[in-house]
Design a protein around this ligand. Structure first.
Ligand SMILES: [Zn+2]
Length: 201
């Protein structure tokens, strides 16, 4: 779908030691995971490690999988800090799916990895089901070298969609779900869920 690319200048071009942070953001079904897999697939597998939040078990526990079925092996982690231990010595490209599900330490972890010269590529929702931006993701986008904003097609009117519509009741704050619980909507067709939103992190 329509894609806007924003490239910031590399922050430390002279040392060559600093990596680049790329964020693929947007609503659900916008092709974020597909874009991440497409960017990482050509890289030598020994140089890459891919992480996903352990709570995201929608399609697989040991892979990231796009809604279209494209997959890539990944390690599931429960806390952002675990990634520092799991990044191998040969690794210089780190992929990360569903960054919005991680804890607030993620921005510090990414800064550390980029500071070690690793390129970090991450996907993330930019708004929750209530249309609120994720503060964690806003911080990541502010420090990103490249931001790619992806859009879906509104399930109601076929216009460009930048919102995620919750279709089923929110029970105990559980938000992980797929096409049975969500669909992309434009701002006009989108409505927040009736349940009270959880506090932002
Ligand atoms: Zn619409």
């Amino acid at each position: 779908m329509t894609q806007t690319l924003c490239h910031k200048p590399r922050r430390d071009d002279t040392s060559g030691k600093r990596g680049l942070l790329t964020i693929y953001c947007g609503c659900m079904f916008a092709g974020k995971t597909t874009a991440l897999i497409k960017a990482i697939e050509p890289v030598d597998k020994r140089r890459v490690v891919v992480f996903k939040p352990a709570m995201d078990t929608r399609y697989a526990t040991d892979a990231i999988v796009s809604h279209g079925g494209r997959a890539m092996p990944a390690q599931a982690v429960t806390q952002a800090l675990q990634m520092i231990e799991l990044v191998g010595a040969d690794c210089d490209v780190v992929g990360l799916d569903e960054a919005h599900f991680f804890d607030a330490a993620l921005s510090t972890v990414i800064e550390l990895l980029v500071g070690r010269g690793m390129d970090v590529l991450a996907t993330s929702l930019d708004r929750d089901s209530w249309g609120r931006p994720f503060p964690l993701v806003e911080r990541l986008i502010a420090s990103a070298d490249n931001t790619s904003r992806l859009y879906a097609t509104c399930a109601k009117c076929d216009q460009q969609a930048d919102r995620t519509q919750r279709l089923t009741p929110v029970i105990n704050g559980a938000m992980v779900g797929g096409a049975e619980s969500y669909e992309p909507r434009c701002e006009t067709c989108w409505q927040p869920p009736p349940e009270s939103p959880p506090s932002v992190k």
